[in-house]
Design a protein around this ligand. Structure first.
Ligand code: NAP
Length: 438
């Protein structure tokens, strides 16, 4: 019997489990650990609450979770409750699928001012992640600045622009729904240090910004390159740029019908956040492009900002004893191999890029490597006991493990508590989740 531990129950974790099943069939036992008592990682706490169709992929993970040889082991913090070395003594292979839950820092003055948040914290807040549920952003001001031109920046700008009815059918948590419903924000500036040809936004997601009830995108046509230059773009980006052009061509009187303006501020590099205790403005330096890179022009401007959310990417949380690539912000690895018997997959391997689906080939790829290492003797099974050893350890340590069946009880309670038309009302603290199990 082969024993595999996967740390992290998000997409990367579950695709890896699915791959292990396909590769080894009945000859494998897979334990998927999560720090939280609930599974699915970013599907639950990252994907925007109004993107329910994307969240639907969890049904596929549930199918994997419900098979005999895969089990969910929630409420266990690997690196705290149990070390990686201890895990490796129990399992033939340990796969880190821990994602990249920490915000990358802007590294500019004023970053610690109040009402300035990274996207992990802000997204975690509206998605009910227990770590961020009490973030309590102040939405009483009128100006928000969202830094970054990726899909996360789009999610955040859209959340800040939606009003109550537009969240119908979503699983946005109650505290965020109330706060956003009462928000005074009527100007959201999306700040990009480069230009329209360098955005990281995908067409479907960008297009949604043009469909909002109370908000309209604003783009200065002068920021757009000559249309002929779009021809060299790869097709997805070309589509996104075409949408930017549509936004820019919308007549002012049409845009003015919507109370909230979502302004694209291109060629603006944030230099400092300004404020007295709480953020009041973002100081930006105008940029121009040199071989695709943003170069400062020395021209400085202040943009009003009562709230700042920086959406500039994420870092993996280091785990004691696991080699870490500080510069890249992920585990040091060679195509997923970290040390003999220790692997990583998903964002923990390649950094925060790609869609949910990108994790599927990633998960299948790492299992191929594990299988190869088992065949060529790199990974010798030394009679490891897998879940039997872990269960003995957990019993001895008094770890309150949450099983998949327990999770189904939590889920049932969440579904019962849902607002009308919503799929669920999530528990936002760990104690409440554990209470629902019992
Ligand atoms: P991203 O796509 O890498 O975008 C990050 C943005 O931050 C870029 O525009 C980048 O600009 C900017 N940035 C980075 N450092 C900066 C700095 N110091 N100052 C100013 N700007 C800076 O990352 P993301 O938006 O966090 O998304 C992560 C991944 O999740 C992506 O693959 C994304 O597609 C995916 N995702 C998908 C969906 C969806 O499909 N619905 C939703 C959310 C996220 P430069 O290009 O100039 O570096």
């Amino acid at each position: 019997m082969r024993h595999i531990a996967i740390i992290g129950s998000g997409p990367a974790g579950y695709y890896t489990a699915e791959a292990a099943q396909k590769e080894f069939g009945e000859g494998v036992r897979v334990d998927i650990f999560d720090k939280l008592p609930v599974p699915y990682g970013l599907i639950r706490t990252g994907v925007a609450p109004d993107h329910q169709s994307i969240k639907g992929v969890s049904r596929r993970y549930e199918k994997t979770a419900l098979t005999e040889n895969v089990r969910f082991v929630g409420n266990v913090a690997v690196g705290e409750d149990i070390s990686i070395a201890q895990m490796q003594d129990m399992y033939d292979a340990v796969v880190l699928a821990t994602g990249a839950p920490q915000d990358r820092e802007l590294d500019i003055p004023g970053e610690d001012l109040a009402n300035t948040f990274g996207s992990a914290a802000f997204v975690g807040w509206y998605n009910g992640h227990p770590q961020f549920a009490d973030l309590d952003p102040d939405l009483s001001g009128t100006n928000a600045v969202v830094i970054g031109m990726g899909n996360v920046a789009l999610d955040v700008a859209r959340m800040l622009s939606k009003k109550e009815q537009e969240f119908d059918g979503s699983d946005i948590v109650g505290h965020a729904l109330n706060a956003l419903g009462a928000s005074n924000i009527d100007r959201v500036i999306l700040l990009g240090r480069r230009g329209p040809h360098q955005i990281m936004m995908t067409p479907k997601e960008l297009g949604e910004l043009g469909q909002l009830d109370h908000a309209a995108p604003h783009i200065d046509p002068r920021d757009l390159p000559d249309q002929a230059e779009d021809a060299i773009l790869e097709p997805g980006l070309r589509k996104s740029v075409a949408i930017l052009r549509e936004f820019a061509a919308t007549p002012e009187h049409i845009r003015a019908e919507k109370r909230i303006a979502v302004e694209f501020a291109f060629f603006a590099q944030p230099r400092a956040l300004i404020g007295d205790g709480k953020v009041e403005a973002v100081e930006v330096e105008r940029t121009r492009l040199e071989r695709g890179r943003a170069v400062g022009t020395g021209e400085v401007e202040r943009l009003p900002a009562d709230l700042v959310i920086s959406c500039i990417g994420y870092r993996t949380t280091p785990i004691p004893g696991v080699p870490f690539d500080e510069r890249a912000g992920r585990f040091a690895n060679d195509e997923g191999r970290i040390l003999p018997g220790l692997y990583c997959v998903g964002w923990a391997r390649r950094g925060p890029s790609g869609t949910i689906g990108t994790n599927k080939p990633d998960g299948f790829g790492i299992i191929e490597k594990i299988a190869a290492d088992m065949t060529d003797g790199t990974l010798q099974s030394k009679g490891k006991k897998g879940r039997e050893a872990f269960d003995a350890f957990a019993a001895e340590k008094g770890i309150d493990v949450v099983t998949f069946r327990d999770w189904k009880r939590i889920e049932e309670a969440e579904v019962k508590a849902a607002r009308e038309g919503a799929p669920r009302e999530k528990f936002v603290d760990i104690e409440a989740m554990i209470k629902a199990v019992n």
